[in-house]
Write a protein that binds this ligand. Structure first.
Ligand SMILES: [Zn+2]
Length: 201
């Protein structure tokens, strides 16, 4: 059996890329390599579909929250404009309009920030160099819930040209990683502060 490192879908037979998310699948492991080995990504550039980026964003609490607030803000803005312009109730309409614009602007700003972050993750997945790192901590965030699940934050460290760097990744999947475990990290050689865990948990 082979499991997609990007979305967790399992397949009985070997496939070059995942049917569900389009991510590249690792070559079939040999029997003696299944235990404790650090996964080796294919060399860059790797094929990662844009729909995988969309999937990353749809499990991102920041993105979902900001999209909802931006949408409500948009509705408030329209209602505020209608109240202010068409009906002569500016004393209700203008506060509504201002609240709506504030929510809309804030929502759009956060969506743009998370979109940029996701594009960077895709770039690292496609073109990043790989190195061996180590898991620092695996923690469940009990303060936040997304779709009824608590996200996990995985912190790792890896050597780079700028010395030892730390990175972290948030996931809704219960991670199978433990502290001190050796892992594969992808990073951009010019800006190693852009890094991801491979496979993405
Ligand atoms: Zn997949």
């Amino acid at each position: 059996m082979i499991t997609c490192p990007w979305c967790g879908t399992s397949y009985l037979e070997f496939l070059p890329s995942c049917r569900k998310c389009g991510g590249p699948l690792p070559p079939e492991p040999k029997e003696d390599e299944r235990q404790e080995s650090v996964p080796t990504p294919p060399p860059p550039p790797r094929t990662i579909s844009n729909s995988y980026g969309l999937k990353l964003m749809m499990t991102d609490g920041w993105f979902i929250g900001a999209a909802i607030i931006g949408f409500i803000g948009g509705v408030f803005t329209i209602v505020g404009i209608v109240l202010t312009v068409l009906v002569i109730t500016a004393f209700v309409g203008i506060p509504f309009l201002l609240l709506g614009l504030g929510m809309f602007g804030g929502g759009v700003g956060v969506v743009a920030w998370r979109y940029g972050k996701t594009q960077k993750i895709l770039e690292v997945m496609r073109n990043g160099f790989s190195t061996e790192g180590r898991i620092v901590s695996v923690e469940m965030n009990t303060m936040v819930q997304v779709n009824g699940r608590n996200p996990w934050t995985i912190t790792y460290e890896f050597p780079s040209s700028n010395g030892s760097l730390q990175g972290s990744v948030s996931t809704l999947n219960t991670p199978s990683l433990r502290p001190d475990q050796r892992v594969c990290v992808l990073y951009l050689p010019q800006t190693p502060e852009h890094n991801v865990l491979y496979p993405h948990p």
